[in-house]
Design a protein around this ligand. Structure first.
Ligand SMILES: [Fe+2]
Length: 407
């Protein structure tokens, strides 16, 4: 294990019916006037927002509704939320009711209100030429996820898309972007369409798989006597989460009302990306970097882009030397239950079972697009060394090849 520091200040309230405690939790977090951030035109989430409003009202907390967020949220949507806060004048807490898009937008609004400059500057639009200026303060936030997936409710990250360039990027700031509280109510996810449940679950799987596949560089089979790192604990926890996600996705697919299984998926999403599983190891996210470009260009569902990437990466890595593909071989055997040579096929079957895309041509991508997609990954995600961070590092040609496989 590497040395690490771990800190996570999010107060978690878990259980069916806990949404009814929203008023109490927002009030305890110091809120007197909440901005409720949610989706545009979402009937199903709209009824949950109403429950939150009723609970706030009951506790005497004033609220203003901002229901303008779309999937793959845009900077302009966050700007509109900030403008509304400024117009109201006394909003002192932001409540996100929705999936990752809503929660991320809520964080950006919370920080943007106190940022003092245009929020564009907050985001890391280039890893090789870093110009972003992280926020240092934010209004407190309370998150009420309605889709188990991004883990945004327990981490200090927000992902957003620039309206003009369609580039997707993020801000990560532990000093002020952790939510104050997260209300995890599995009952809120019972009416999710099967596609969304599946795409969200594949997102959770990918969060854990990415760190499993790209661990602490010390553990690589590098020659020359590199220190052999002990990842028994991280491997065991990560494998447990990934297996639980696949098993419980199947359960809710058969019985959408199984609250125990819904609860497993919801908590797996939170711990999948709250830092526990990666403490002492590493967490590069190369599949996410490539998936973000697909979402930005084709407005593709995040979890679906990851299903495509996971398949293509497994096929790409299966052609590598044994030492280089060791982690992928372990992932294929222990999680997918097949040799690595059949992992692409296994992921294809997983996607087909739940109707989630496994080929980027389904988003409208063609071979003519591959150079442009590759260029976007290079621009946003490549480091100053000219490679994409992963273990092993990937070159421009590697990225191009993986996109070609994913067509
Ligand atoms: Fe993700």
């Amino acid at each position: 294990m590497q040395n690490f520091e771990y800190y996570n200040p999010v107060h978690v309230v878990f259980g069916p019916g806990s949404v009814l405690r929203a008023g109490e939790i927002v009030k305890n977090a110091g809120g007197q006037h909440a901005l409720i951030v949610s989706y545009k035109n979402s009937h199903s989430v709209g009824s949950i927002v109403q429950k939150v409003c009723d609970s706030l009202e009951e506790k005497g907390v004033k609220y203003t509704r901002f229901e303008e967020v779309t999937a793959n949220p845009l900077i302009s949507q966050a700007r509109a939320g900030i403008k509304l806060c400024e117009a109201e004048g006394d909003i002192d807490i932001i409540v996100g009711v929705g999936g990752g898009s809503v929660m991320d937008c809520a964080k950006v609004i919370a920080a943007g209100v106190l940022y003092g400059r245009d929020i564009y500057s907050m985001f890391m639009f280039s890893h090789s030429d870093i110009k972003s200026i992280n926020p240092v303060r934010a209004l407190p936030t309370v998150m009420i996820p309605t889709l188990p997936a991004t883990g945004s409710e327990m981490n200090p990250t927000a992902v957003i898309t620039d309206d003009e360039t369609r580039k997707k990027s993020y801000v990560w700031e532990p000093s002020c972007l952790y939510p104050k509280a997260a209300i995890l109510d599995p009952e809120l996810t019972v009416s999710l369409p099967p596609y969304q449940t599946a795409a969200g679950s594949i997102d959770i799987l990918a969060h854990v798989a990415e760190s499993y596949l790209n661990p602490d560089p010390l553990v690589s089979d590098a020659p020359g006597g590199a220190v052999k790192s002990n990842l028994d604990l991280q491997d065991g926890m990560q494998e447990g989460v990934m297996k639980a996600v696949l098993k419980n996705l199947e359960i809710v697919y058969r019985d959408p009302g199984d609250l125990q299984a819904r609860g497993v998926l919801m908590w797996a999403a939170s711990i999948g990306l709250n830092g526990w599983l990666t403490s002492g190891t590493f967490g590069f996210t190369p599949m996410h970097q490539m998936g973000h470009v697909l979402s930005a260009v084709y407005n593709a569902t995040h979890g679906a882009t990851l299903c495509c990437m996971m398949r293509a990466w497994c096929i790409f890595m299966s052609r590598k030397a044994p030492a280089e593909k060791r982690r992928y071989t372990q992932f294929a055997r222990r999680i997918l239950g097949v040799p690595l040579s059949r992992a692409g096929e296994a992921i294809e079957q997983l996607g087909a079972k739940y109707g989630v895309e496994t080929h980027i041509s389904r988003f409208g991508a063609t071979a003519a697009d591959i150079d442009r997609l590759t260029d976007d990954v290079v621009k946003v995600s490549f480091g100053p060394d000219g490679f994409l961070n992963s273990n092993p590092k990937m070159s421009r040609e590697d990225i191009r090849e993986i996109y070609m496989i994913s067509l």
